[in-house]
Structures are given as structure tokens and as C-alpha cells.
Write a protein that binds this ligand. Structure first.
Ligand code: AOF
Ligand code: ZN
Length: 372
């Protein structure tokens, strides 16, 4: 039987996990962190990490507190930091404010913290309890956990398909396969990631904007990465007309140099990658984007890029929408194309699959890299 105290602690932690969600889309490459102060069983202050470079959750909780923090319990999803980053370290701040006890959800895997924050608190007489709802916090911070330990972006492959696995009709019509609620979620996800990525064929066929269209007051558009081995992107493509400063064209030396200069003049950034099997070397591109602090990418097609990404092993999470429609057509595109594989023993296995209903569609998600 779980003790009443543990039950209460889990309830508090679940509450600060929800608070942390509010930072989604604004904090990367930092983690989502929520915190609150409890005194005599009452919540006296709450806070979350709201934007990159801004105060950490613990500091916000103390500053929002209606009473002095002296003698209170701090409940925080992540281990308090000990390093001087964009902000001053939280662990000494906690000690200075006389907080008596800290309940930490997850130890911060950031090598500059990684247990040192907890040690600091303990050695300064603060009671510390660790490891509460760790799985939930890990899931919430899957992007941060990958990025901080590998410096590579967490990569989501997203698709929307019919019941028969098609992403467009034989004439190329794809607007819209999925329902309104599913499409709303896509815009939410675009807001949450640092970048969206598509192959050149998607630009040539659909000319997407790749921006965020949500009902929220404040939105943040992601970087738009176009994988374009030969530099074929038209200069009047929507992604070059609207917010070209957010557009990155990833290409190779097979592209005409003059075209690349024109792309740069339009405001886009060009990354010339080595080629692998005559297309952009995606592993190199991921490393380069990681160095640019891009912590998360959502690949939105097309089917050739999706297969290459899977084959190169850069995909962490596969998500998609299945609409209750059947359109057929042997040549109608499917979510994953490319050259495919010859035997079932080579199949890429998706684990931790989850599925849920979104109006008439199904939403599914699963992982290809079970480490994060
Ligand atoms: C916390 N609480 O709310 C966050 C933490 O550059 P800085 O100062 O913002 O530090 C970023 C690092 O601090 C980040 O990589 C992670 O290890 C930790 N983030 N820590 O105690 C917070 N956002
Ligand atoms: Zn901190």
C-alpha cells in the first residue's frame, strides 16, 4: 500500500509536471520544468521555466510566493542546477531562501548538473527526496534528454494517411487527408519543435508554408529545413517568400553555386553537406543542426526523405494520423517510400506504440530509438 505521504507527493509532482507544459515551444534547448512551494500543506507559490534564457522554475516559484519560502518544501520536476548559465544557479538560491526540503522528480542528465545540484543541497542541510514520477518527466523531456546527452536533435517523423496507407491520391491531391482536429495538433507540434523538415519534392508538389497557424495569441514559427540535394527549390517557393530568415536549404556540391548564392540573397541559409549515396548526408546534417542548437525536428515528408531518415537511423519517434478514408491507386504515394527493404527481418521496429482517437481519425505514436 502506498503511504498517504507518497500519494500526496505524487499528486504534487503531477501538478508541477502540468505546470511545466506551459513552457512547451518556448524553452528549447532547455528542459520543461515546473515547481511549487508548499508550506503547512498549502501551496504558497508556483512557477515554471517560461522561455529560453529566462528564470528557472524554482526561482519563479519563490518569486511568485505569497509567503516567505523559509522552512517550506519545494517540489520541482528537475534537479536544481548548480552551474552559472544564462541565469544564476538554483541550488544556492534554494539554500539562501531557507527552503527546508526539496522533492526532485528527475536528476538532470546535463553533465554540468547531474547529481551535483542534489549533493549541494544535501551538504547545506536541505532534506532531499528524489525520483518521483520519473517516467512521466522523462517522457515530457524526451527532446532535452537526447539533446543534452548527444547534441543531436530529437527527430520526429510525422505522417497523415488514409486507412489504406496513402498520403495523396494518384493525381497528387493531399489536402486534406486528416481531419481538422488532427491538423490542429500538427500546428501545435510545429510550435513545439525547433524545426520542421521536408524533402524538395514536397516543396515542388505542395509549396507548403511550414509555419504555425494556431488560435493562440503568441506563436513561434519553427525553422524550415528543405533537403534539396541539387538546389532545385524555386526562388518563389512559399518558404522563401515568407520569413526566409527561418529557412535552411540543406544541399550538396551537386547544386549550382549561383543558385546557392541567390538563395542566400533571398535571406535563406544554405548548408552544403557531403552526399551519401548521391543525396544529402542526413547524419552530417543532424550534427550541423545540433551545433546550431536545433534540439528537435519534425520531418513532414515526403516519402523519399522519410525512408532515408529511417534508414540513416536519425528518427526517434514516428507519429501519424490515420483517416477513415480509402483512396487506392497502386501509384498513389505512401508515408514511407524510397527503395525499401527486401526482407521482413530488416524491418524497422517501432516500440512503445500508443494510439488514440481524434474525432474520426486515429493518432498514433511510437519510438524507433528506445533510449529516450
Ligand atoms: C533548473 N530549472 O527551470 C531549468 C533548468 O542557461 P541556463 O541558466 O538557463 O541553464 C540551462 C540548464 O539548466 C539546462 O540545460 C538544464 O540543465 C538546467 N535547466 N534547471 O533547475 C529550470 N530550465
Ligand atoms: Zn536552475
Amino acid at each position: 500500500m502506498e503511504s498517504t505521504e507518497n500519494k500526496e507527493i505524487r499528486k504534487w509532482m503531477a501538478h508541477v509536471i502540468r505546470l511545466a507544459e506551459k513552457g512547451k515551444g518556448w524553452v528549447h534547448p532547455n528542459p520543461l520544468v515546473g515547481a511549487m512551494l508548499v508550506k503547512n500543506g498549502n501551496i504558497i507559490g508556483e512557477g515554471f521555466h517560461a522561455f529560453f534564457g529566462g528564470p528557472h522554475a524554482e526561482v519563479n516559484a519563490v518569486n511568485n510566493s505569497t509567503e516567505t519560502a523559509q522552512g517550506s518544501t519545494l517540489v520541482v520536476t528537475f534537479e536544481p542546477c548548480i552551474h552559472q548559465g544564462k541565469t544564476s544557479p538554483c541550488a544556492p538560491f534554494i539554500v539562501e531562501n531557507g527552503i527546508a526540503e526539496v522533492i526532485v522528480g528527475l536528476k538532470d542528465p546535463n553533465p554540468v548538473v547531474n547529481g551535483k545540484g542534489i549533493d549541494y543541497l544535501k551538504s547545506h542541510g536541505v532534506k532531499v527526496k528524489t525520483g518521483v514520477l520519473e517516467d512521466e518527466i522523462r517522457h515530457q523531456n524526451e527532446v532535452f534528454l537526447k539533446f543534452i546527452t548527444s547534441h543531436l536533435p530529437f527527430c520526429i517523423l510525422k505522417t497523415a494517411m488514409t486507412l489504406d496507407g496513402k498520403t495523396a491520391t494518384i493525381t497528387g491531391e493531399s489536402k486534406w487527408i486528416s481531419g481538422e482536429r488532427s491538423r490542429k495538433l500538427v500546428h501545435e507540434l510545429r510550435h513545439q519543435v525547433s524545426a520542421v523538415m521536408v524533402g524538395i519534392n514536397t516543396i515542388l508538389k505542395d509549396d507548403p508554408m511550414l509555419n504555425v497557424r494556431r488560435d493562440e495569441k503568441k506563436n513561434k514559427d519553427p525553422l524550415k529545413i528543405i533537403v534539396d540535394t541539387y538546389g532545385k527549390i524555386p526562388l518563389n517557393a512559399n518558404v522563401l517568400i515568407h520569413e526566409p530568415q527561418l529557412t535552411i536549404v540543406a544541399t550538396t556540391s551537386a547544386a549550382a553555386k549561383d543558385k546557392l548564392k541567390e538563395l542566400e540573397r533571398s535571406g535563406a541559409q544554405v548548408i552544403v553537406c557531403p552526399d551519401k549515396n548521391k543525396v544529402v548526408d542526413l547524419a552530417f546534417l543532424m550534427e550541423t543542426l545540433g551545433k546550431m542548437e536545433v534540439d528537435s525536428i519534425m520531418i513532414e515528408g515526403g516519402s523519399t526523405l522519410s525512408f532515408s531518415a529511417l534508414k540513416e537511423g536519425i528518427v526517434d519517434k514516428f507519429i501519424g494520423f490515420i483517416a477513415p478514408k480509402i483512396i487506392g491507386g497502386a501509384n498513389a504515394p505512401t508515408a514511407v517510400g524510397g527503395e525499401g527493404i527486401g526482407t521482413l527481418s530488416e524491418a524497422m521496429i517501432v516500440d512503445r506504440m500508443k494510439i488514440k482517437k481524434l474525432d474520426d481519425d486515429f493518432y498514433f505514436e511510437g519510438y524507433l530509438n528506445s533510449k529516450y
